[in-house]
Write a protein that binds this ligand. Structure first.
Ligand code: F6P
Length: 377
């Protein structure tokens, strides 16, 4: 954490997957910064816009009326400054990003994003020597050092409403419905929405499941007169067997990465590969094991769309304005986190590269078990 003279001019960018609340956070940072006499520049499409020099002035007019808007007015991308697809090649564009910041006279780059963004911002600070500040954004709620990320509450409301709706149709047809919820390595969203929506089974990456146990649970429910079941499954949920294979594969991948030989997750143009819903496989297997008709609903990007909830609007405004106050004090290289009821700066160094997954003994896990929810084992 460093404290230098107050910022005179800042740049704001939004990076990684979008979520409801980004515009509320942009507005919060910009309005508070302007309140302290700081000039605000908007950078389009995340770190790519910084490299390509695509900026817009963010004055009071530009950030008025966006509090309730979904998505991000600035646009987003998953590009990393140090590994950016440029004309078919992956290039280190750190120097360009840094010199563009200098040219624009940006004293601090405020980055709104999830885990990837925290790492990219720290990279720009450490390698490029520039001042950065971050805000924790992601529907996954998996950023370290903050009680909550913004976007999570809105996505949880959408997923909960989907589970509510699935209940009525599953009841009518006496079916099993498997509902896939976003979250590759963290199950906060599936767990939170699963509890709030009363899912009968919740499967998350942190608790590998045994499908036979799940099938027994479903058959038992049926024998007790409950002829439908809702299963909330996180994108990254895996069976006990898959979890041990994954652990081996992860080690191999880490070795390959260290040797500069890792398999690409994206196409040559930097596009992520299209994924099939994994819930289909679970539904198919459960139909076979239980003899009960099963269906699948994958919520996908619906969870990232639309307006932020009042809770997220408040959280974004609080985090954003707290960022503005810190910028006015010249406190940089921190993430503004929610701790209890306070918005506080935490050193970015303590955040980047760490993921907050669901501890298997977390109170939400206990809560789920106490309302007889099956967690897969
Ligand atoms: O990180 C947020 C998130 O929505 C994850 O839950 C999900 O796995 C991923 O982004 C999807 O990314 P994309 O929008 O790039 O397909």
């Amino acid at each position: 954490m460093s404290s230098t003279p107050k910022a005179r001019s800042i740049g704001i960018l939004t990076a990684g997957g979008d979520c409801p609340g980004l515009n509320a956070a942009i507005r919060g940072v910009a309005k508070a910064a302007m309140h302290y006499g700081i000039k605000v520049i908007g950078i389009q499409d995340g770190f790519r816009g910084l490299v390509e020099n695509r900026v817009v002035p963010l004055d009071d007019r530009a950030v008025s009326g966006i509090l309730t808007h979904g998505g991000t007015e600035l646009g987003s991308s998953r590009d990393k400054p140090h590994k950016m697809p440029m004309g078919g090649k992956i290039m280190d564009m750190t120097e360009v990003a840094v010199s563009n910041m200098a040219r624009l006279k940006i004293d601090c780059l405020v980055c709104l994003g999830g885990n990837g963004t925290q790492k990219n911002a720290l990279h720009l600070h450490k390698v490029g020597g520039v001042n950065v500040m971050t805000l924790p954004k992601t529907i996954d709620n998996d950023v370290a050092e903050t009680d909550l990320t913004f976007g999570f509450d809105s996505a949880m409301a959408i997923a909960t409403q989907a589970i509510d709706r699935l209940h009525t149709t599953a009841t009518s047809h006496h079916r099993i419905i498997v509902c896939e919820i976003m979250g590759h390595s963290a199950g906060w969203l599936a767990l939170g929405a699963g509890i709030a929506g009363g899912a009968d089974v919740i499967l998350i990456p942190e608790i590998p499941y045994d499908l036979e146990s799940v099938a027994h649970f479903l058959i038992d429910r049926r024998q007790h007169g409950k002829r439908f079941s809702i299963i909330a499954v996180a994108e990254g949920a895996c069976s006990i067997e898959e979890a041990s294979k994954l652990a081996i594969a992860k080690k191999k991948k880490a070795k390959a990465k260290a040797a500069g030989d890792s398999a690409p997750k994206t196409t040559a143009d930097g596009m992520r590969l299209v994924q099939e819903p994994m819930a289909s496989r679970i539904a198919r297997q459960l139909q076979q094991l239980t003899g009960v008709e099963a269906r699948v609903t994958s919520l996908g990007h619906v969870q990232r769309g639309g307006e932020p909830t009042p809770f997220d609007r408040l959280l974004c405004t609080r985090l954003g304005t707290a960022a503005g106050m810190l910028l006015a004090k010249g406190q940089y290289n921190v993430m503004v986190a929610l701790k209890g009821d306070e918005c506080v700066p935490v050193p970015l160094e303590n955040v980047a590269g760490r993921k907050k997954t669901v501890p298997p003994d977390h109170p939400w896990v206990k809560t789920a078990r106490l309302v007889s929810t099956c967690l897969g084992v």
